[in-house]
Every structure is written in C-alpha cells, then in structure tokens.
Design a protein around this ligand. Structure first.
Ligand code: SAM
Length: 338
C-alpha cells in the first residue's frame, strides 16, 4: 500500500525532507557530535521518533567505522494504547517505514538499525551504556516520555548527551512534565535549551557546559544567555531564521550534479556556500578529517582551515567585521608561531 509520503519525489537536499529539525538544533547536534568524534569518545547513536528521517539523516553523517545507529519508530505499525494511537492518527496518518527508508537511502549508503515498534522496545535492542548521543522525539505522552528518558539513562555512557524534543511545547505538556521532573529530581543535568529541544547529560555537565558557552559566545549568528534553573546554570540558545548558518548537510544522491559541487545559488548565503565547501572537503577526508575541520572554536562557526581555498576567501568577505577580525588575529598568531 502506498501513502502520500511514498509518492513524494526523492529529496535532492535535506531541506526537502519533511520534519521538525531547525537550524539552531542542527548547529547544536553538529557541535555535540563533532566534539564527541574529535575527543574519540566511544559510543553509538540512537534516535527514538524519526518520522520521515530529517534528523536521522543528519545524525547518520556522524557515524564512525564500527558505530551503530539505532532508529526506533512505529512508522505504520499500531501503537499499543489508545492515547498513542490517537496521536499517531492525528499527527502522522500516512507515515510508512518505506518512506523513511527511501529518504534515508537518498543520503546514505546503508540504513541504520531500524526498530519498528514502541519506543519501550529499544531497551531490548540496544546494550546498556553503549550510546554517546540519543535523540528522543517520539510519543508526546507523559508515561512514554518518562520511560524514554529512563531508557536514555540506561543506554548512555556518562559522557553521553540526550536531546529531548518538545520539552516546553504547549500542545504536549506531558513531555514538559517528564523532562523537568528528570531534571529537578531525577539526576538529569540540563546543559542548554533551544526553542524546541533540551540537551542534557546524566554525567558531569561542568566541562561540556563551559565549552558550549565559549562556542556559542563566538557565533555572531546565535543569541544566548545563561539562567540559573533549580540551582544550576542553564544556557539558552536562539537562532535567527535569516541569519543562523546551518552546518553542512549530507548531500543527496538525487541532487543535480551542479548542486553536489555547490556554488552561490538562490536561497543559499555565501557563508553557507563556503562552509559547505569546507565541510565537503572534511567529509571527503572521512570522519576524522571532518572532526578536525569542523572542531568548534570560539572564533566562528567556520574557523579558518589551514589551507587557503576560494571558499575561505568568500567566507571572509561575507562575515561580519568582528568575526573577520578574529579570523585575522588567529591567522596572525599562527604565522607568528610558525
Ligand atoms: C515528531 S515526529 C519525529 C520527527 C523527527 N525526529 C524529525 O526531526 O523530523 C515523532 C515520531 O514519533 C513516532 N512515535 C510516536 N509514538 C511513538 C512510540 N510510542 N514509539 C515509537 N515511535 C513513536 C511517530 O511515528 C513519529 O514518526
């Protein structure tokens, strides 16, 4: 049986995959996942709630040789309780596993480990203390989200990070209740929040919090502040629809040849073009190369790579002067130390 999603044309870029994964969260996923790769922190990836694959496709780019990526979703399988069935019928009536898999394979050579079923089954499929990053974005019902959060406690390494969607949305107060309960009395340490997601760890949050604050402070395209919540610092980060530069996206095999070697085109800023070109080079060098080239720094989201590319010249031309000055300072100090 085909669904509306199955009849969608093959995506030529990630932006065409329907879903709820916004630029500021892409920046943060990129930062957390790249940091883990650059620190060679062990662990697999997990997503609970994939829909048509937007965030899963993005996460799939951060897999290293030997890492496993488990993706759990009901897709077109029935939920086990009436409230969840009603939620599925209302929000995702035509979703199929086939449409997720077709989208995913537009961007990656291999599917992740797909668990089609209730998120409660993930515990039986993933080893305890085996994951470094978990994205929880499935049911909106308190009982399910509470259980998914407990699963993340069991499956994540102490250095692991959990991203929790809809922690504050008016349409799903059960998610907010489960998330804040875990933070205020369950031992979960919130690191930062965006408008859509909370990022947290069951381990020691001090170092990662401080590093993330330094990183966002250096990004002119993100707004941030630190509040104290339940006795701990909590970083609030906001993107700007017109200014926030998304990290490079995995290329689609359906993209026209010209788009696979991007130039400055409508809807894409020069900075994005430059960042894409730099990231493509890093991707070509493999995960280690990517980690090195994209290692977050306080200077800029696209801190200078050691080589001088056309992309880099472009980048310097379009960045705000404060960032350009920081780039020049870094270059000069490198030269002085050479
Ligand atoms: C908000 S969507 C996920 C969006 C996706 N992460 C993205 O970035 O586009 C929520 C997904 O959770 C799935 N879902 C809902 N209840 C679930 C449950 N109890 N177990 C597993 N998946 C569930 C739905 O099928 C839907 O695909």
């Amino acid at each position: 049986m085909t669904s509306a999603e199955d009849r969608l044309p093959a995506p030529t870029e990630l932006a065409q995959v329907e879903g709820w994964f916004f630029p500021v969260d892409q920046v943060l996923f990129d930062w957390f996942l790249t940091r883990q790769v650059s620190r060679t922190e062990p662990g697999d990836l997990l997503e609970v709630g994939a829909y048509l694959g937007k965030s899963a496709i993005f996460m799939g780019s951060y897999l290293r040789e030997g890492d496993t990526f488990t993706v759990c979703d009901l897709f077109d399988a029935p939920a086990e309780d009436n409230a969840n069935s009603a939620e599925m019928k209302k929000s995702y009536p035509t979703l199929t596993r086939h449409s997720f898999e077709a989208n995913y394979l537009s961007f990656h050579d291999e599917l992740p480990e797909v668990v089609q079923g209730m998120s409660s089954t993930v515990r039986d499929r993933v080893q305890p203390v085996s994951c470094r990053f978990a994205h929880i974005d499935a049911s909106h019902l308190y009982e399910h989200v509470h259980a998914d959060i407990e699963t993340s406690r069991e499956l994540l390494h102490p250095h692991g990070v959990v991203a929790l969607d809809d922690y504050r949305s008016a349409h799903c107060p059960g998610v907010a209740a489960a998330v804040w309960q875990a933070v205020t009395s369950g031992g979960l340490h919130a690191i930062c929040v965006t408008e859509s997601k909370m990022y947290a760890t069951w381990g020691d949050p001090a170092e990662i919090r401080a590093e993330l604050l330094t990183y966002v402070s250096g990004r002119a395209d993100l707004w941030h502040e630190v509040q104290t919540v339940a006795g701990a610092p909590l970083l609030r980060v906001k993107g700007d629809r017109d200014r926030t530069v998304s990290p490079s996206q995995p290329p689609s095999r359906h993209a026209p040849a010209a788009a696979q070697a991007p130039d400055q085109t409508a809807g894409q800023t020069a900075a994005q073009t430059a960042e894409h070109a730099e990231s493509a080079a890093a991707r070509a060098a493999g995960p280690a190369g990517r980690a090195e080239s994209q290692a977050p720094t306080a200077a800029s989201p696209a801190a200078p790579a050691p080589r001088r590319s056309r992309a880099r010249r472009l980048l310097v031309n379009v960045l705000p002067p404060i960032i350009t000055k920081a780039l020049v300072r870094i270059r000069d100090s490198r030269r002085a130390g050479a």
